[in-house]
Design a protein around this ligand. Structure first.
Ligand code: AMP
Ligand code: MG
Length: 403
């Protein structure tokens, strides 16, 4: 049995980045940049005013009040053709280019205009309310790096950089196969001993939220030939996820069925709860990750391992900040497996997070996963903990979108 970290590393190391495509900005949200992006323009392109007011020479406004002659105007998008001479001022607006000769802007509120003269009522320091050329960024500067998962603010920045389309990773295609003779698709009519396939839809959804494209292979009965035929449908995918059939029972047939189809196992069994019977290997060229069938195990393993696999396929930077919370109740010492405990998540009046593990952690109980606020992470062999200790958590509201 290997540790969670080692399993995650081995999974990530086995994935090469998928190909890339060029997308216009309005389709790039959530995608992962495949190359560094440099600004094509400087912003602002020239020195501009940060305020509505008057462009002046600082030398003229070292003491106040002072009366200046009013020249013309410099609106945003326009320009003042002349040069501001000593004792002169030009009306300027936010974003308007600073006219030649001027080096400072005085606020409209601190002036009084009458006819051709403007009284500046407050002295001003050199460069006040002026945005220098390239204050935000300079042409040629790399502002977005390969591996970045694009957010709305990045889209805005790329537009400001005059980059209308971005080279991003294609969505990895991940085949999803539910296995189990007891399973019926949602909306079907379960027989007396049958249950609904929760994992297929759950994994498809979670894959989408990670930035992958699920390819649903449906449900395969626990039968070697059926499993072989269903798995063949995954050909060409970047990853095959099998759900269920990975433990030690006589009907857990994935290894048996796919062994003769070229399955080369890397590891099987990870020191995690829920989710011990996790397997990883290759089916020909295609990586195969076998998740346990219990729905909570499958989803926790998706969060811990499938996400790492998708990030590696996307060449995505790690963008998850560790979160800690105050433990809401005492916990016993842990055994050798890393636990992910479904917990309520609340806040104290001072804003600090409090995570209270649920008493029952049965890995078949999906309703409690849906209603819980976070997972508390308990490292292997952790000593008993008292309520009030700080513990690492994976919060669902702040964490992976869509989980
Ligand atoms: P397995 O990993 O195949 O031994 O399954 C473990 C438990 O999870 C069994 O109780 C299965 O009935 C259940 N299970 C397996 N696959 C699914 C699924 N796709 N949706 C819901 N429950 C499942
Ligand atoms: Mg099964």
């Amino acid at each position: 049995m290997i540790s969670v970290d080692e399993a995650r590393q081995r999974i990530a190391a086995a994935m090469g980045p998928v190909g890339s495509e060029v997308l216009p900005l309005d389709q790039a949200l959530g995608r992962v940049l495949a190359e560094d992006v440099a600004a094509r323009v400087s912003q602002p392109p020239v020195a501009v005013s940060a305020m509505d007011g008057y462009a002046v020479r600082a030398a003229d406004v070292q003491s106040a009040p002072v009366t200046l002659r009013r020249g013309g105007e410099a609106p945003a998008g326009g320009s003042y053709p002349g040069k501001v001479k000593a004792g002169e001022t030009v009306r300027i607006f936010t974003g308007g280019p600073l006219p030649a000769g001027a080096d400072t802007v005085v606020l409209q509120e601190n002036t009084e205009a009458s006819g051709a003269s403007v009284v500046v009522k407050q002295a001003s320091a050199l460069g006040r309310h002026v945005r220098g050329a390239g204050l935000d960024f300079q042409a040629g500067q790399v502002l977005l790096r390969a591996g970045r998962r694009l957010r709305a603010r990045d889209i805005g920045l790329a537009a400001a950089m005059n980059v209308p389309a971005l080279q991003v990773r294609k969505r990895p295609r991940v085949a999803v196969l539910s296995t189990g003779s007891e399973l019926v698709p949602a909306g079907g009519t379960p027989g007396p001993n049958q249950i609904i396939d929760a994992n297929g839809p759950a994994l498809a959804a979670v894959l989408r939220s990670f930035g992958a494209e699920p390819v649903t292979l449906g449900i395969a009965r626990d039968d070697v030939a059926v499993l072989q035929e269903a798995a063949a449908g995954a050909r060409g995918a970047d990853l095959l996820l099998t759900l269920g059939g990975a433990s030690v029972g006589e009907h857990d047939l994935i290894q048996k069925a796919l062994g003769s189809q070229g399955l080369a196992m890397d590891f099987w069994k990870v020191a995690i709860r829920p989710g011990k019977p996790l397997m990883f290997g290759r089916l020909g060229d295609m990586p195969l990750l076998g998740l346990p069938g219990n729905p909570v195990s499958a989803l926790v393993c998706a969060l811990v391992f499938v996400r790492a696999a998708i990030d590696a396929l996307l060449g995505a930077e790690a963008d998850r900040e560790p979160v800690t919370a105050i433990l809401g109740r005492d916990l016993d010492a842990n055994d050798g497996r890393q636990d992910y405990l479904r917990s309520e998540l609340g806040r104290r009046a001072d804003g600090s997070l409090v995570a209270t593990p649920l008493a029952r952690q049965d890995s078949s109980m999906l309703a409690s996963l849906a209603s819980s606020g976070c997972l508390v992470v308990r490292p292997p062999n952790a000593p008993p903990l008292r309520a009030g200790a700080m513990v690492p958590v994976i919060p669902f509201s702040l964490g992976p979108e869509g989980f």
